[in-house]
Every structure is written in C-alpha cells, then in structure tokens.
Design a protein around this ligand. Structure first.
Ligand code: BG6
Length: 497
C-alpha cells in the first residue's frame, strides 16, 4: 500500500477554463481521485469558472460523467465509487466568469471573501493570451493574497518573445515563487524515478558520462493523431508541443549534475545549466541534425486513419510537423561528444516513451568471432506504458558446447514490483501546488532557455526552407529519421526481448 500524503492546509482551487477539455479529462478526475483516496483536507474547495451559465446540477452531472470515464477505478480501489463522488461533489462549484471582463468576477469574489489562511490556487487552463488579463483582473479586484498561487498550463507562448510577454504580464500580479508552470511529464512517476535511479544508487553515476556512455535516445511515440485539436496543433507542431517542454525536461533530468539537495531551486539550477549547454542548431545544421515529418493516411492499431491534412478542421497545404527527430549535443565536460537523439510523433505504431542510455562496447574482446557480437549494454527507462527499467547485457548462453554470448535483460516492472496503481501525473502536481512545492514546475529562466534553443531550430527551418517529409500513419516516421541516427553508425532502440 502506498504512503498517503494527507495535506491539512485548507485551500480554494479556482480553475479557469473549468469546463474545458483539460479540466474535464484531467484536473477534475485527478482531484476526485485524490479525494477518493482521502488525501485532501476537509476544508478544500474547487471552483470551476468559465464563460457561460450552467445550472449547478447540470455542471455536477457533466463532471460526474467525465470522472466515470477518466477516473473509472482500478484493481486497488475497485470500480468508480458513487459515495466518494458525492463527498467530492460537495466541494465542487461552478461560476460563470468572463475572464476578460472584471465586472463579471463578482460571484467569484464573493465566494472567496472572508476565507483566511487558505491557500488560493488559480489554475489557468485557458488559452495563454488570457493569462495576463486574468492575472490583471485578479489583482485589480484584490483577489491575490500572499497565500495565492498561479498555475499556468502550456503552451506558455509560441517563442521566446511571446513567452516573455505572457510571463511579464503575470509577474505584475504574482511573484515568481507564486508561479507554478506545469509540465505534466514532471509529474509522471517514472520521470521522478529518473533522479532516484541516478542519485540514490552508487552504481550508475560513475559511468554516467562521455567515458562510458556512447549516446542517449529519448523517444516519445504516440498512436493518436491530432484529434479535435487541429487548429491549436497546427500553430504549434511537434517541436513546440512536445520538444520545447516534455522532451527537453527529459534531456535535463538525464544530463544534469547531481543537485546538492532536493530544494526546488537547486534542482532547477542544474536543469538550467543543461538547457544553456545545448548546442545551438541553426540554418546551417538543421538539415543534418533535425528531421520534420507529417503523417499521411495509414493504419494504426488495425484501424484506417486519415492523414494530417484530412483531419477535421484542417486547412490544405499546412507545413506543420507532426513528427520531429533531433540530434542534440550537450556542450559541457560530462557530455562532450555524446549525442542525445530525441524523437516524438503522432500516429506512430505504438504508444511508448522511453529513455535509452547506450554504453560503449568493451575496448577489447577476448572472445572468438564464433561466440557472437559484443552488443553494447543499454539501460532502458520505460516511462509509459508498462513503466519499468531494463538493463540489457551479455551473458553466456547455457550449455557445454561452443561458447555463445547471449543478450539478456535484467527487468524491473514497476507494476509487478510495487503493485498498486500508478497515479496520474496531475494528481501529484495538484497536490504539490496545494502544498507549495515548486520543484516539479518550470522556473522562468528554464522556460526562456528552452524557448531560445527551440527558436533557433524554427528559424533554421525557415531559413533553410526545411519542410516536413511525409510518413505513413502507423510507421516510425520518415526514413530520414532512421538515416539521422544510422549515418552515425547507430540505430534506434527496438525492444528485442
Ligand atoms: C501534451 C501535448 O502536452 O502531451 C499532446 O499537447 C500530447 O499533444 C500529450 O498528446 C502527451 O502526453 P502523455 O501524458 O499522453 O504522454
């Protein structure tokens, strides 16, 4: 049984975009589940706000139905529990607020009035152009207390200048320590385990450098397409949607130096150093170091699926990438000469996210060629699905005959080892907001360093006229992504066991 984190701090969580997709699929189901596990204090309220009126019972019914779908229960807790829902529903209210119109904040101000020593967390699950106006309205109406926190969802801008504008606007109302920038990958159990693996074991750290590591691969593959989000996605593309945040955070956690303590700023200082050490990629190297792809019709999981340009709401001729692969250099002492190959895409053959650290082959082999190839060791950290760690190594095949070297794996499945249920990333992150723990949230300087590096690639694509190459849905992206790694004499990891 997992240890329960029970927080005693009373809170009001105000969710702007309270009827939107994120609130329905992730935030409210995560809060419901936390309450079901009795991790929330009795004095904790959730106020969903959005434009448009809705009767309280209609709102509660809507959220009930979403929780049934998105927090359906599991082998540990049993099926969806109506009794828990009723307890949770008592915390939940809906208010109609037009985020841009201060005159419409009256009911919210009244609901918050008179609550002393209560953490107030404003969660902005809205379009980013509303972040500044909402922050300004909250200050103008005196709704920002010293105990207030502001949670910002991605996308936090579309480039460095727009990210700076948004952050400067919210900084007028909320100080940096009050600002929680979400990257939900940091809430994933296995992503947090990366630090434990590296810094709580003596085994790996001495080998974790250019002397022993040949290269690192980070793949985040999705089977889904852009779904109903074509318009948002088309402005963004895989580079901004996935690499700027999730993949770069994974690069940081893999490459960073050990922090002295788990203090939020110590961790973020170390991640920032990695971001600042990323080798810039500009017009002269985009063709060599990056691959853009866009899916065409194909089949995924046995179902025929349309191409990106045939999805609902699509516009012809878009050159937004739905796949990207990049060879990244980290210009520092530890990683000089060790490439990090990252790739992510929609409509790939499998949903799978993993970090593969490939070690160098031994400098000398005493074995005859007939014993087989000396394959390098690999440490595979599987983030989803089937979270786990796998150490691939060579062993002697059994038997008295000719010596054969066999590739084998030490396998640790988190499900089998720890049992229970792996919490959704948002459960952890929402608890951290209420508890005031910012370590798993991005600091402004990190965000800016990430955008700066990403902007270089985008400008490079533009200047070099690098358009996405087509790939068939259900394939591993354009052939150029395979060539990207193969021309260095390496291959993308495939699970052969
Ligand atoms: C989001 C992206 O941040 O992450 C989506 O906007 C993507 O496009 C999603 O599908 C992937 O998250 P996860 O947790 O399903 O790997």
């Amino acid at each position: 049984m997992q240890n329960k984190t029970l927080i005693s701090q009373p809170f009001d969580m105000i969710v702007f975009g309270g009827r939107g997709d994120l609130a329905r699929r992730k935030l409210i189901p995560a809060l419901y589940h936390l309450d079901r596990e009795r991790r929330l204090p009795d004095d904790g309220r959730i106020i969903a706000v959005s434009r448009g009126t809705m009767a309280p019972e209609e709102f509660l019914q809507l959220m009930h139905d979403e929780c049934v779908i998105h927090s359906p229960g599991d082998s540990v807790h049993g099926p969806f529990d109506e009794e828990s829902w009723h307890r949770f529903a008592a915390r939940l209210t809906y208010l109609s607020v037009d985020a841009t119109d201060p005159a419409s904040y009256g009911a919210l101000a009244a609901a918050l009035k008179g609550r002393k020593n209560v953490v107030r967390a404003y969660y902005l699950a809205t379009a980013p152009d509303l972040f500044g106006p909402i922050a300004a309205n909250l200050t103008a109406l005196n709704l920002v207390t010293p105990e207030s926190r502001l949670v910002l969802e991605k996308p936090l801008g579309k480039d460095l200048p727009s990210a700076r504008t948004i952050n400067a606007a919210v900084a007028e109302a909320f100080a940096e320590p009050q600002t929680y920038r979400i990257d939900h990958y940091l809430g994933k159990e296995t992503v947090q385990n990366l630090m434990v693996l590296r810094f709580a074991n003596a085994l790996f750290e001495p080998l974790w450098n250019r002397t022993y590591i040949d290269h690192v691969q980070i793949s985040v593959a999705e089977t889904v397409g852009v779904g109903g989000r074509w318009r948002y996605y088309n402005e963004s593309g895989a580079l901004r949607d996935m690499v700027q945040n999730h993949l770069l955070q994974l690069v940081c956690l893999t490459a960073m130096e050990p922090p002295a303590t788990l203090d939020a700023d110590m961790i973020r200082d170390e991640k920032l150093k990695v971001l600042r050490a990323l080798h810039p990629i500009g017009p002269d190297d985009v063709a060599q170091c990056t691959v853009r792809g866009q899916y065409r019709a194909g089949s995924v999981d046995g179902a025929v699926v349309p191409g990106y340009l045939e999805e609902a709401d699509s516009a012809p001729g878009s050159d937004t990438e739905t796949f990207v692969a990049i060879k990244i250099g980290v210009d520092n002492w530890r990683w000089a000469g060790v490439p990090f190959y990252v790739r992510t895409g929609k409509r790939l053959p499998a949903r799978s996210s993993e970090i593969v650290v490939q070690f160098k082959t031994p400098p000398h082999s005493p074995y005859p060629a007939s014993a087989g190839t000396i394959h390098p060791n690999k440490l595979v950290m599987r983030l989803q699905p089937d979270e786990g760690i796998r150490l691939i190594m060579l062993n002697k095949g059994r038997g008295p005959g000719e010596l054969r070297l066999r590739q084998t794996a030490l396998d640790l499945s988190f499900n089998e080892t720890f049992g229970g249920r792996s919490p959704d990333a948002y459960e952890r992150l929402l608890l951290d907001v209420i508890r005031g723990r910012p370590a798993l949230f991005m600091r402004l300087d990190e965000l800016e360093a990430a955008w700066q590096w990403i902007d270089g690639i985008r400008d490079g694509w533009h200047e070099a006229g690098l358009s996405p190459k087509p790939y068939t849905a259900g394939s591993w992206g354009p052939n150029a992504a395979i060539a990207l790694i193969e021309r260095d004499g390496r291959t993308w990891h495939e699970d052969e066991f």
